[in-house]
Write a protein that binds this ligand. Structure first.
Ligand code: ATP
Ligand code: MG
Length: 652
């Protein structure tokens, strides 16, 4: 669809009620569940928790002593039992858990019985390496089936996993291992990325030169690249795991026992080791996965295209889907190998019914062109999801039209590593959506908006996004840094969780996420959100992606600096810069007009694809660059910096 047509649709303020064809079989089709949850929030979550299998039921649903929550106190359960055994015992052992596809095109089909056997063998292997309940296990793997297997094996024996994204450097891995004193590291020789093998073991070797807590390294063979193995310390997975007994009873865990540690993306600063526990977490991810994605376990083929190295993969590739007996697709590689249609080929091949991905990916698909999805039969899709950043309405509509064929509801899901599970999202069979809005807090979740003084902002209105009631999947702390936990989340508004994001509600109460409050710009006394200006820029046909920041300005307080990545076929010259400034002025207001526009092929992003505005700000204000360890490509920052300083930031 041409961009002008999209613009027309947006101008009309078009809303999207749940499609009738979707509604017919949807699990939830009306708003009753919101009332039920609001009437008795704790009782509501207890009812959801009963969908899990408990070895012992809890005595108390919630103990809340802000900022410390305990859910389902006294309850005992095992996460791997809930994800595997109970489905096999119920006769679903032959159901596929994962259709796994390697980047080169090799495949593995893993049933629930297969996965249960693998997990038990792996759990016994961990025990043979001396891993005990409460020990931390670092995991540094590509997107291969051994990754969910090792996570579930840890959960089975009560060990705590700390998954580190396979694209991170030796330094990043070492810091994370040392932060929580991991005993064992699980890695691979290498994995496939962009058509060749990216080695992992050498980075792991470098990291553990300086990690005194690591006793053993378990190495999966995947890339077949040459690696060095240290006698007594390093063991091949196939040597240690394959010979184990496929019987390892699940450890009954306390509802509040630690399940895993996971470090945040580092978009705003040094990553934090977020702690998630067992009973409440599994309850929330299972509930949200079922109802947000409208999961029908007997017929759906669900695909979350995130990496398991991020919380999205933990909650919506591993724990939520498996707890709900989902058949999932899991893909190892990048979306543009061997060509830009790889995702659409995968959807056609496995007849995927739900796709969950990120705005950054959707914008890349748009940039690559409509012809790629058009080549494939995507008619199996019945729902689309997005997470990770605010989605600009342009990308939302494109997704809806070109991928969803105008027939799939879109769930824009707001949540964080810290929240464990989805917090603000449509229920696809019940909620009328608006492109760019995450709509409403889910049943059982309470979110609101505060002003600077900590007063609740009415509807309509904007300010700080706050979660004012505890929820089951919430973080239980930052590993080893309780002070940072209190300072980061609980001090801005005492006893209330401040998410770090800005948001507004429109006159119908819909939530619109506005980006990080640290990024909010103040131009001549006007507060302007980065998201709104970026959205306006991206709505221009020449713009593929945009990031804006407020840089210090003697006259106006802050001046808006825009960094724009043009679509192919457009020349980033002074004329276009002027046109874009005027475009923003008409779309929002002359106050929001960027003072400078710098064209750049790429924007600095975290490894999870989020734009790192703080680095752009450092560049624009000529400051020392802040923490860059989670940056995907350091070259991008250097090249923007050179050009910015050379004055090509075309100032007005
Ligand atoms: P760090 O906290 O280390 O800076 P991060 O916040 O990027 O890293 P994540 O927990 O992966 O780490 O990301 C959560 C953040 O992503 C949210 O706080 C929000 O800013 C953004 N986000 C996620 N989903 C959405 C969404 N649907 N709409 C708008 N923003 C979103
Ligand atoms: Mg964050």
């Amino acid at each position: 669809m041409a961009s002008e047509a999209i613009e027309d649709l947006l101008k009309e303020g078009r809303t999207f009620p749940p499609p009738e064809t979707f509604k017919r079989d949807a699990l939830i089709t009306d708003a009753e569940i919101y009332d039920e949850a609001a009437a008795d929030r704790e009782g509501f979550w207890a009812k959801q928790a009963l969908d899990l299998d408990w070895f012992e039921e809890w005595d108390t649903i919630l103990e809340w002593d802000a900022p410390y929550a305990k859910w389902f106190v006294g309850g005992k359960l095992n996460v791997s039992y809930n994800c595997l055994d109970r489905h096999v015992e119920a006769g679903h052992g032959d159901q596929v858990a994962f259709h796994w596809e390697g980047e080169p095109g090799d495949t593995r089909t893993i049933t629930y019985t297969d996965l249960l056997d693998d997990v038990q063998r792996t759990a016994n292997a961990l025990k043979s390496l001396g891993v005990e309940k409460g020990d931390r296990v670092a995991v540094y793997l590509p997107m291969i089936p051994e990754l969910p297997t090792i996570m579930l094996a840890c959960a089975r024996i009560g060990a705590v996993h700390s998954v580190v994204f396979g694209g991170f450097s030796a330094n990043a891995l070492r810091d994370r291992i040392n932060d929580s004193d991991c005993k064992v590291l699980v890695t691979a020789d290498g994995g496939y990325r962009r058509g060749s093998v990216a080695s992992l073991k050498p980075a792991a070797d470098e990291a553990i030169e300086d990690t005194p807590s690591i006793e053993h390294v378990l190495v999966v063979r995947r890339g077949e690249n040459d690696v060095e193995m240290v006698d007594g310390r390093d063991h091949w997975w196939h040597d240690v795991v394959d010979s184990q007994d496929a019987d390892c009873p699940p450890e009954p865990m306390d509802a509040e026992d630690l399940l895993y540690l996971l470090y945040t993306s580092g978009t705003t600063g040094k990553p934090k080791g977020i702690m998630h526990t067992t009973g409440g977490y599994l309850t929330q991810v299972a509930f949200t996965h079922r109802y947000v994605f409208d999961l029908h376990p007997d017929t759906d083929v669900y695909w979350c295209a995130a990496d398991i190295g991020w919380v999205t993969g933990h909650s919506y590739i591993v724990y939520g889907p498996l707890a709900n007996r989902t058949t999932s697709v899991m893909y190892e590689g990048v979306p543009n190998h061997p060509d830009e249609a790889r995702f659409w080929a995968i959807i056609e091949k496995y007849k995927v019914t739900q796709l969950y991905t990120a705005p950054t990916a959707i914008r890349a698909f748009m940039k690559w062109g409509d012809e790629h999805p058009a080549k494939h039969d995507l008619s199996s899709l019945r729902l689309l999801g997005t997470v990770g950043e605010p989605i600009n309405p342009e990308a939302w509509i494109w997704y809806q039209q070109h991928i969803g064929g105008d027939r799939c509801p879109i769930v824009d899901t707001w949540w964080q590593t810290e929240t464990g599970g989805i917090m603000i999202s449509p229920l696809p069979g019940a909620t009328t959506t608006k492109p760019g809005s995450a709509t409403f807090p889910l049943p059982g979740i309470s979110a609101t908006i505060y002003d600077d003084q900590g007063e609740e902002v009415g509807v309509p209105g904007g300010g700080y996004l706050v979660l004012d009631q505890p929820w089951p999947g919430m973080l239980r702390g930052i590993w080893g840094d309780d002070q940072r936990f209190r300072d980061t989340y609980w001090s801005r508004f005492s006893g209330r969780y401040f998410a770090g994001d800005g948001a507004k509600r429109d006159d119908e109460g819909y939530f619109w996420l506005l980006g990080r409050v640290d990024d909010v710009m103040n131009v001549s006394g006007h507060r302007i959100s980065t998201t709104e200006v970026e959205s306006a820029l991206v709505s221009h046909p020449s713009v593929a992606e945009a990031a804006v920041i407020g840089r210090a300005d003697a006259q106006t307080g802050q001046a808006i600096a825009a960094f724009v990545s043009p679509r192919s076929g457009y020349e980033g010259d002074e004329e276009l810069a002027q046109e874009l400034r005027n475009h923003v002025a008409t779309m929002i207001s002359p106050i929001a007009k960027p003072a400078s526009v710098l064209f750049t092929a790429d924007l600095p992003k975290t490894r999870s694809g989020k734009i790192m505005r703080r680095l752009l700000k450092d560049i624009a204000e000529d400051n020392q660059l802040g923490d860059t360890t989670t940056l995907a490509d350091a070259g991008v920052v250097d090249s923007i910096k050179d050009r910015y300083l050379a004055g090509s930031g075309s100032d007005e």
